[in-house]
Ligand binder design. Structure first.
Ligand code: GLV
Ligand code: MN
Ligand code: MN
Length: 413
């Protein structure tokens, strides 16, 4: 019997269709978690799950799981990702893994194939964390390390809560959280970095995900007149934010290795040309593949922030928005991804993920791994994010084969 094949045109067309929901003029997508655009995207994906006969459930945090029954009632092999985007996102971040998972199930169904284990395709709520922190919120609740109540009470950058937005878009479901059975989890995703593209390698067998630390700083100084206040009398919160921002960049450069640092959100108050800023709220995102180095970076940054604030007579407070240790994926699954890519004739290399992913949370409850495909010029979280169609199809082919192998394994394997 010939093996079923991904329909590349159908996958690309699905990506383009979902990309039009919340699509931005001139390209890219704006579909932040729990917005009306997210609801429209969710409805569209749920429609496709039902079209291919999947049993769809929605849990209390709005995670959606579609199940294609297996021959035996075993914990499913799960794939999927997220469909929320940053405000200036691309078509593929998250969406690709979800739609490729559905394409895999569709071709199995068309070929009349039922695997031993059920296959599940999930999209988790608020993976991005750009509107509501932490990122990977839905998978954390699904896995059980974040309580549903705490997640629902989270306030976003616009002051509204996760609960009220979930209710508004009609995705506060009833499936229980924290008790799911999952046999294994494989997430297909674009790399979002430059490695595969630079080396012209088609498939990445992801070894793990680097540690992530998000801190929000609030600086409080004194507003005063920009023309009349001598420099020595100032308590300028804006200046301190600028100093901390420069320090973070310099520290990452000095530490070298995989250390990165980003000041991505910054709000000055009152933000007027002739008023010394009295308050600044800003974020620092630190990441490193080595846990001890990430801790060192945090300590150095926080110590500098304390010193710089004291020197300007500005008060500082900080709170953690997200904190994840580095994660290693399952060695057997990494090997399976690598071997499957080779069997299909694709070039493959192992690499760590620089971005956070739901798979790193699922790895706490079952063997987990990821498959990467190249991002042209390493661009992501950018409307120009692009992956060549042939690479998108290649990744989906690897995913299909990996899912089939996992789903047909003997129960004790
Ligand atoms: C999610 O995209 C993250 O890594 O910030
Ligand atoms: Mn993603
Ligand atoms: Mn993202």
């Amino acid at each position: 019997m010939s093996l079923p094949e991904i329909d590349g045109e159908r996958l690309l067309s699905a990506l383009a269709q979902l990309g039009r929901i919340g699509g931005l003029d001139g390209g890219g997508v704006c579909r932040p978690a729990l917005t009306d655009e997210d609801k429209a995207g969710r409805d569209w994906v749920v429609g496709r799950m039902r079209e291919i006969g999947m049993q769809v459930t929605v849990d209390g945090i709005g995670n959606v799981v579609g199940v294609y029954a297996g021959r035996e009632d075993l914990p499913p092999v799960m794939t999927g990702s997220h469909i929320d985007t940053v405000r200036t996102g691309g078509l593929y971040d998250g969406n690709y893994g979800v739609l490729a998972g559905l394409e895999a199930v569709r071709v199995l169904r068309e070929a009349g194939i039922r695997t031993r284990r059920p296959l599940a395709v999930a999209f988790f709520t608020n993976e991005e964390g750009a509107r509501f922190a932490p990122d990977m919120m839905g998978s954390l609740v699904f896995q059980g390390d974040l309580s549903l109540d705490a997640a629902l009470a989270t306030r976003g950058i616009d002051g509204t809560t996760v609960a009220e937005n979930l209710e508004r878009i009609g995705y506060r479901g009833h499936a229980p959280v924290g008790a799911a059975r999952v046999g294994s989890f494989v997430e297909l995703h674009i790399e979002q970095g430059p490695v595969l593209d630079l080396e012209s390698v088609t498939i990445g067998a992801v070894e793990g995900v680097q540690g992530i630390s998000w801190t929000e700083f609030t600086l409080s100084g004194t507003s005063n007149h920009a023309g009349t206040t001598p420099m020595r009398f100032r308590h300028d919160a804006g200046l301190v934010a600028a100093r901390i921002s420069c320090f973070a960049r310099e520290m990452a450069r000095e530490m070298g290795g995989d250390q990165v640092a980003t000041v991505g959100a910054l709000n000055l108050f009152p933000n007027l040309v002739n008023v010394i800023p009295s308050r600044v709220v800003f974020t620092v995102d630190l990441r490193n593949t080595v846990g001890a180095m990430l801790e060192d970076a945090e300590q150095r940054l926080w110590a500098f922030a304390d010193e710089a604030s004291a020197a300007e007579g500005v008060t500082l407070s900080r709170r953690s928005l997200a904190r994840f240790d580095p994660v290693k994926f399952d060695p057997a699954l990494i090997g399976l991804v690598e071997a499957t890519a080779r069997e299909l004739g694709y070039s493959v290399r192992r690499l760590p993920s620089g971005a956070g992913h739901d798979a790193q949370i699922l790895a706490r409850m079952c063997p987990a791994a990821m498959i990467f495909v190249p991002s042209v010029a390493g661009l992501s979280h950018n409307v120009r994010e692009h992956t060549e169609p042939a690479d998108l199809v290649a990744g989906a082919r690897v995913l299909l084969r990996v899912l089939m192998q996992l789903a047909d394994r003997q129960p004790d394997q």
